[in-house]
Design a protein. Structure first.
Length: 323
């Protein structure tokens, strides 16, 4: 009996030793609520509980994309449209999880006296060119019968938009939370002119994984994805929501009450909702339809020359296999 057990014990110990020495999954995340929710898993020890080693690496948003492109991290939390940009520049990815879609936290905020998008005609708007707020502004202009040439765009880092709006140098800014919330708070009389709540599904956030890392660590990435949706469930459960918000607010240095009031601006996707959004469709309720809009935006604005195919990035099998 002992002789039969010995090989099994050797295999078990070898497996444990391999896992102990395995390099952690390095994941870049930043201050968008749909990404910061991962901080809950970090604080609760859920990655180790799931049997995986994970190193969450905190960045400002653009540097996180740069780090992924440079191969410094294995995965990045990002806007689906930006995953296409990285891919067009040589850093392809596998989008294995849909995290959320913006439902009001991305906004065009006008200075005092600017009451509507139409008031922006001939005015300056500060935002990061070719990123999601640029896309959101174009949608806002379209809805109001206007076009990009009706405004003057001023390239402005998102984390500097509150100060830029306060300076009076621009009539409006485009920013995501927490910067959009800071702008509204810091500039008395400012107001939301248009938000992602009026274009649900235009801005999806995803987990984009390096294809080589995904191929080598499929089981670990599946476990990581399951932990993400565990974080979402914890945040959406009324019994544990306050604890999740406290953890997330602390990470970005926001007041808990303010953070809580802005959580509804991000539609955190449950596992069931992610499975539905992974189904092919042309509308914004499908990640395929949404990314097609993003691809056209990137081509129109000469972000890249060659059209990117969303289906070559999207890897729904991970989410589909989870229960």
């Amino acid at each position: 009996m002992k002789a039969k057990l010995l090989p099994c014990l050797v295999l078990l110990l070898t497996g444990l030793l391999f896992n102990a020495n395995a390099a952690p999954l390095k994941v870049g995340y930043s201050d968008w609520p749909g990404y910061t929710v991962l901080e809950v898993a970090k604080q609760k020890g859920w990655f180790k509980e799931a049997g995986i080693e994970v190193e969450l690496v905190w960045f400002d948003y653009l540097p996180s994309l740069d780090a992924f492109s440079a191969g410094k991290i294995d995965a990045v939390t990002c806007v689906a449209t930006d995953a296409l940009v990285n891919g067009a520049n040589g850093a392809k990815s596998k989008i294995i999880a849909l995290l959320d879609y913006s439902d009001g936290s991305d906004a065009i905020v006008g200075k005092p006296g600017i009451e509507s998008i139409k008031d922006l005609k001939g005015q300056k708007v500060g935002l990061e060119l070719t990123l999601v707020e640029h896309l959101l502004l174009l949608k806002a202009l379209e809805v109001n019968g206007m076009k990009q040439s009706d405004v003057e765009l001023v390239n402005t880092p998102t984390n500097e938009t509150p100060q830029t709006l306060a300076s009076g140098k621009v009539a409006a800014i485009g920013a995501w939370y927490p910067s959009s919330g800071q702008a509204l708070k810091q500039v008395a009389g400012s107001k939301k002119l248009f938000s992602s709540a009026e274009a649900k599904g235009l801005i999806y956030d995803v987990l984009a994984v390096n294809p080589t890392s995904y191929a080598k660590n499929k089981e670990s990435w599946s476990k990581f994805t399951a932990v993400f949706y565990k974080c979402v469930d914890y945040l959406l459960d009324e019994k544990t929501k306050d604890d999740a918000v406290k953890i997330m607010a602390a990470k970005v240095g926001a007041e808990v009450a303010d953070y809580a009031s802005n959580v509804p601006g991000t539609h955190f996707l449950t596992l069931k909702e992610a499975k539905a959004a992974y189904k092919k469709g042309e509308g914004l309720d499908s990640i395929y339809g949404s990314m097609a809009v993003g691809n056209k935006f990137n081509l129109d604005n000469k972000v890249y020359k060659d059209s990117q195919k969303p289906e070559s990035y999207l890897t729904p099998s991970v989410v589909e296999a989870l229960k």
